[in-house]
Design a protein around this ligand. Structure first.
Ligand code: HGY
Ligand code: MN
Ligand code: MN
Ligand code: MN
Length: 420
């Protein structure tokens, strides 16, 4: 079987070019970071740049009504379901150059490599990017792919708002990506996402790529605590309704739960911690925190959420504070298709690339698309312990090329699979 040869320099150049869109100087690290929140002007500019690369590769592109973009390279039998590659190009506010971007630009590089080699495939091959994968702006992660998979209704997605009250729908219209086409139909033959691992597993195993077995469960909740403002100097300790105290206790309790081992490999993060008016001499009357829980076992996730709710209710009652919970996102453990995993493993072996199989600690669009077609992911090794969601995020040109080689050659195999 001929190997599809990708062009590492062309791939790297596109990654470094896209990194400039939404670039900012990060005080903490002194590095250039990427801030490309979904549907902002920076995201719109990056979208247009990717669409231009797609058009340059001779692809037919379309935009659906939640702003997902897909571009197609025609196969010889267009009646057959396509093979889809993709990821996201929106980032967190302290983002790096590779999270999501690698899977989109790697897919475009695969298309160029197929063109360079003059290869005809039986099936259409598609590459795309999904809207608001990070969930940082509109509060729900994997938004575009969840609409594609039917887990989130389009109308619900459209009305989600950002901190300024702007809706997804109005922002899609503002940047001109409120596409006419319906969300993806019919389902693809298969979906493969190439993505940086964002953790230490591949580096610890000293291998260039990973074959992803699935994604752990994710729970996002917003907790708002209402206490009572009062004078910092005159109010006796025993008669305070201190929302800030309850909020801070929740952070400490979450760490205790993780360290206890009672919830397996639970990971908890309070990424947003806001104490109302923030006045030195006033007891906080209000506190808001977001709670991100991850667990590779659904039952343990359920138990963690339940015990946390009990802890908060008890403590809030004790301090005369009321607690208000809002569900932002919740996804179960998602296993990936074993045949697609095995194809990726066989492809890595054929290319002489060492690999390990691993569960993903991070959420990905693939976990949504897995609901509509056989899906798996190939991980790319990260440097510095695989740190991510920071400008320190870094994978070498070779690692990016290795992952894209696995992606491209696996997609080529799938694209020539006849109808069952
Ligand atoms: O939150 C996640 O795991 C992903 O980066 N959206
Ligand atoms: Mn990502
Ligand atoms: Mn991310
Ligand atoms: Mn005073």
């Amino acid at each position: 079987m001929t190997e599809l040869t990708i062009n590492p320099d062309r791939l790297w150049d596109s990654l470094m070019e896209l990194k400039q869109i939404g670039a900012y100087h990060d005080e903490g690290t002194g590095l250039q970071g990427v801030r490309r929140l979904a549907l902002t002007d920076a995201d719109a500019e990056a979208r247009r740049r990717c669409v231009q690369w797609m058009l340059d590769a001779g692809l037919e592109f379309r935009v659906d009504r939640i702003g997902n973009v897909t571009a197609t390279r025609a196969g010889t039998d267009r009646s057959l379901p396509c093979v889809l590659m993709g990821s996201h190009i929106d980032t967190v506010a302290t983002g790096g150059a590779f999270d999501g971007t690698l899977g989109v630009l790697g897919g475009i590089e695969v298309m160029r490599a197929l063109n360079d080699a003059g290869i005809e495939t039986l099936r259409d091959v598609e590459v795309g990017f999904f809207t608001e994968e990070e969930g940082v702006r509109f509060g729900t992660d994997m938004l575009g792919s969840a609409v594609t998979a039917g887990r989130i209704p389009l109308q619900h997605a459209w009305q989600l708002t950002d901190i300024d009250g702007l809706t997804v729908k109005s922002e899609l219209e503002r940047i001109g990506f409120d596409g006419p086409t319906p969300e993806r139909r019919p389902a693809p033959h298969a979906y493969i996402e190439c993505h940086i691992e964002q953790g230490p597993i591949l580096a610890d195993a000293d291998v260039p790529v990973g074959i992803v077995e699935g994604v752990q469960s994710i729970s996002w909740q917003r907790l708002t605590l209402h206490g009572e403002a009062a004078h910092a100097g005159t109010t006796p300790i025993g008669s305070r309704h201190d929302a800030g105290l309850v909020a801070a206790s929740v952070v400490v309790e979450l760490r205790r739960m993780c360290d206890s081992g009672d919830y397996g490999q639970l990971r908890a993060t309070v990424g947003t911690f806001d104490i109302g008016a923030g006045q030195t001499n006033v007891i906080p009357h209000r506190a808001m925190l977001t709670i991100d829980l991850r667990n590779p076992v659904d039952d343990l996730m359920t138990r963690a959420e339940k015990d946390l709710a009990t802890y908060v209710d008890t403590l809030a009652h004790q301090h005369g504070v009321s607690a208000e919970w809002e569900r932002m996102a919740k996804t179960a453990v998602i296993p990936f298709d074993s045949r697609v995993q095995d194809l990726l493993a066989d492809t890595a072996e054929r290319l002489g690339l060492g690999y390990v199989r691993a569960m993903s600690g991070a959420g990905h669009d693939a976990q949504e698309i897995a609901a509509i077609c056989p899906t798996a992911m190939v991980f790319v090794r990260g440097e510095y312990g695989g740190i991510s969601h920071t400008p320190r995020e870094y994978s070498t040109p070779q690692a990016c090329a290795d992952g894209t080689r696995v992606l491209g050659n696996a997609v080529l195999t799938l694209a020539n699979q006849p109808a069952a």
